[in-house]
Design a protein around this ligand. Structure first.
Ligand SMILES: NC(=O)c1ccc[n+]([C@@H]2O[C@H](COP(=O)([O-])OP(=O)(O)OC[C@H]3O[C@@H](n4cnc5c(N)ncnc54)[C@H](OP(=O)(O)O)[C@@H]3O)[C@@H](O)[C@H]2O)c1
Length: 321
C-alpha cells in the first residue's frame, strides 16, 4: 500500500474548524495537496453525488471532519437536524469509502458520545454504559452510529479505519456566531465586545448562562489535527479519545478569557439556565501511548485564537449580528 501521505487525502469539511486545521497540518507536513470540495460543489447529504465523487477521485485517505455541529442551544433546538443530517452524511461518506475500497479513514466524533455521568476521566470503554446528556442526545446518537459503522467496517470487511473522539476544540476558523457557537469562542466574543464597550465609556456587564461550576476540557484544534495525522502514520485502528489532559470550570475559563481580552468589568451568572453535563474530561492514555501529546498550552492557544478573531472577524461593538 502507498504511504498514506503520498495519496491524495479527501478532507471533508475543509472550511470548518477541524477540517481547515487538517489542511494546514498536511501542508506543513509536505503531504500531497488534499482533495477538497465546498458544500456547493459536493453536498454530502446527496448520496449519488458523494458516490460519484469517490468513484471519480479515488482518494487514498479520508479525513471525515464534516458534520452539522453546534453548541448546547443549537443541539437542543434543532434535534431532528442534528440527528438526521449527521446520520445521512455518515452513511453517504462511509458507504462511498467502503464501496470504493478506501483503506484509510479517520472519522471524528466528540466527547458527547459518552454517558452524561460517566466516571472521570472518561475512557473509550465507557461508551454505551449509561444515559446520554439530553440536550445533545441526537448529535451523540448520530456520532455513535458513525463510529459503529467504522467498527463494523473492520469487523465485517477487515478495514483498519479510525475513530477519533476529540474533547472541545478551539482555534483559528472557529464559529463565533452566538446563536450556534461553542462556549469558548462565545466567551471570547462576549468579552471582546464588552471590553470594547468599556473602552467607549459604557459599564457593560457580561451575563453568562448557567452556574459556571461545570468543568470542561479544551484542546487547540492544531493539536487535534496532528493527533489524526500521527495516528494514521502509526497504522492504528479503532477508537481513540483525544484530549488536553486537564480541565477547568467555566468560571475559570471566563476569568482567563476576561484577562486575555482585557475586560475590566463584572461577570453575572444566570443559574436558572441549564449547565449541561457536569464534567467531561477525557482519558487520553490510549493515544498518549502512541507518542502523541498536545503541544499548545491553553492560555497561549486562547491568545492565538483571540488574535485571529480580532484580525479577521471582530467588528466594532453595536454592529455585531
Ligand atoms: N468543534 C469542536 O469543539 C469539536 C469537538 C470534538 C469533535 N468535533 C468534531 O469534529 C468534526 C468537525 O467539527 P468542526 O468544529 O470543525 O465543525 P465546523 O467548523 O462546523 O465544520 C464542519 C464542516 O462540515 C461541513 N459540512 C456540514 N454539512 C455538510 C454537507 N451537507 N455537505 C458538505 N459539507 C458539510 C461544513 O461546511 P460549510 O462550511 O459549508 O458549513 C463545515 O465545513 C465534527 O465531527 C465534530 O463532531 C468538534
Amino acid at each position: 500500500m502507498t504511504p498514506w501521505s503520498q495519496d491524495r487525502a479527501f478532507v471533508a469539511g475543509h472550511r470548518g474548524l477541524l477540517g481547515s486545521a487538517i489542511v494546514r497540518a498536511l501542508a506543513n507536513g509536505n503531504a500531497l495537496d488534499p482533495l477538497v470540495r465546498t458544500r456547493d460543489e459536493l453536498d454530502l447529504m446527496d448520496q449519488r453525488a458523494v458516490h460519484t465523487f469517490f468513484r471519480e477521485n479515488k482518494p487514498g485517505t479520508v479525513f471525515f471532519a464534516a458534520a452539522k455541529v453546534g453548541g448546547i442551544v443549537a443541539n437542543n433546538s434543532y434535534r431532528w437536524d442534528f440527528l438526521y443530517q449527521n446520520m445521512v452524511i455518515e452513511a453517504n461518506v462511509l458507504g462511498a469509502a467502503l464501496e470504493n475500497g478506501i483503506e484509510r479513514v479517520v472519522f471524528f466524533g466528540s466527547s458527547c458520545i459518552y454517558p452524561r455521568l460517566a466516571p472521570q476521566p472518561i475512557s473509550e470503554d465507557d461508551l454505551l454504559t449509561g444515559t446520554l446528556e439530553y440536550t445533545n442526545e441526537p448529535y451523540a446518537i448520530a456520532k455513535i452510529a458513525g463510529l459503529k459503522l467504522v467498527e463494523a467496517a473492520g469487523a465485517q470487511f477487515g478495514k483498519r479505519w479510525l475513530s477519533l473522539m476529540p474533547t472541545n476544540l478551539y482555534g483559528q476558523n472557529d464559529n463565533f456566531d452566538l446563536e450556534t457557537s461553542h462556549v469558548l469562542p462565545a466567551l471570547i466574543r462576549k468579552f471582546h465586545e464588552a471590553a470594547e464597550r468599556h473602552r467607549a465609556g459604557d459599564d457593560a456587564v457580561v451575563k453568562l448562562w448557567g452556574s459556571g461550576s461545570v468543568k470542561r476540557e479544551f484542546l487547540h484544534v492544531d493539536d487535534a489535527a496532528l493527533a489524526a495525522i500521527s495516528l494514521l502514520d502509526s497504522g492504528a485502528t479503532g477508537l481513540y479519545n483525544v484530549g488536553y489532559g486537564s480541565d477547568l470550570t467555566i468560571k475559570e475559563l471566563a476569568t482567563l478569557i476576561a484577562k486575555i481580552v482585557d475586560y475590566p468589568g463584572e461577570i453575572e451568572w444566570d443559574s436558572s439556565k441549564p449547565d449541561g453535563t457536569p464534567r467531561k474530561l477525557l482519558d487520553s492514555k490510549k493515544i498518549r501511548a502512541t507518542g502523541w501529546a498536545p503541544s499548545i498550552d491553553l492560555e497561549d492557544g486562547i491568545r492565538r485564537t483571540y488574535d485571529w478573531y480580532r484580525s479577521t472577524l471582530a467588528v466594532p461593538a453595536g454592529k455585531a449580528g
